[in-house]
Write a protein that binds this ligand. Sequence first.
Ligand code: KG4
Ligand code: ZN
Length: 342
Amino acid sequence: MKILGIETSCDETSAAVVENSRTLSNIISSQTVHKYYGGVVPEIASRIHLQLISKVVDDALKEANLEINEIDGIAVTYQPGLIGSLLVGTNFAKALSLRYSKPLIPIDHIEGHIYSGFLENTEIEFPFITLVVSGGHTILYLVRSFTDYEIIGATRDDAAGEAFDKIGKILGLDYPAGAKIDKLAKEGNPQRFNFPRGLINSGDFDFSFSGLKTAVRYFLEKNFKSPSDISEQDLKDICASVQEAIVDVLTTKSVNALEFYNIGTLVIAGGVSANSRLRSKIQETSSLKGFNVVIPKIQYCMDNAAMIALLGELKLKNTTQEAFFNYSFKANPTPIRSRKSS
Ligand code: KG4
Ligand code: ZN
C-alpha cells in the first residue's frame, strides 16, 4: 500500500510517500523567515504553506517515482497545530482526495511523533515509552498499542525546545536556536556552569524548564553588560552547560519512567531529539541499564510527513476504504491527551 502523507501543522511544509512502513520520499521544506521575528508568525506560516504545498507534494511523488493515480490513500495532519497552517494541509488533501477518488485519513500530529520509531524499526515491541520533545511539547507517553497510549509526564511550563529557543534569544542567537546551541556546545565545557535541573528529583515524570530560562537570564545580567560582551569561549561554555542541564533532565526522567513502569524500550521523537548530546546521553544511559533505545534519523525526529503517512497506512489497512471518504473532519488546533480504543 502506498500512502501520500501531508504535514503542515507548524512551520514545516512536508509531503512523503510511505509503502509498507518504508519511506519512498520525505520532502521537508522548513520556513526560515520566522528567524527575523524571533518565533513562528502564524499568518506568515500559513501563507508560505499555501505557496509551497503543491510543489512539495509534486516533489514527494516524483522522488517516489509515482503518479498520484498510483497512490492508495492520502494521510494528512489535522491536529494539533496552528489553525491557519493546518487548514492549508487539510484543505489541500481534501481537494486531492476528491479529485482523484483516494481515501483520506486524518492523522493526529502528536500520534505521528509517538509512533515515528516504526519508520526506522518495524520490529519495535509494545509496550514502549516515547519521549516527544519539540518546540511545543515535552511529554512522556506510555504506549501499549497503536490505539492505546497515555501521558505519564509532561512539562508544567515551557517545552524543552522552547527553552533552547528562548535561551538562544537571550544569548543573541537566531530562532530557532536549538541546533545552533547544539553546534556551539560541541566546543564548550558542559561542567563550567551549573544551571538548575528543574523537577529532576520530583519523583514524578513531569518537567519544568522556565526556571532554567530565568536562571540563565539572571546569570547573564550579573556577569555581562550585554550579549555582545560574551566572549566566544564563554558563549560555547554557556551553551554546553545549558544543553547539559536540559539533556540531563530529559534523560533522567525517561530512564526513571522505563524503570518505574518496567518497560524495555524507549523511543525519542520531536525536533529536540535531533540534539546530538541528547542522542548520545540517552543511548549511553539506557544501554548501561539494559534498555533498548530507538533514535530515529533526524528527518523523522523533526516535523515530517513520513510519520503521518506511516500512521495513515496502518489505519487504512485496518479499516474499510469507504470509511475514509468522509470530509467532515475539521482542522483542530488543540491537542488530545490520551487515546484508548478497541
Ligand atoms: O518538532 P519540531 O521540528 O517542531 C515543533 O516544535 O513541533 O521542533 C522544533 C524545535 C525547536 O525548538 C528547535 O530549536 C528544536 O526543535 N531543535 C533542537 C535541535 N534541532 C531542533 N533543539 C536542540 N538541539 C537540536 N539539534
Ligand atoms: Zn512536531
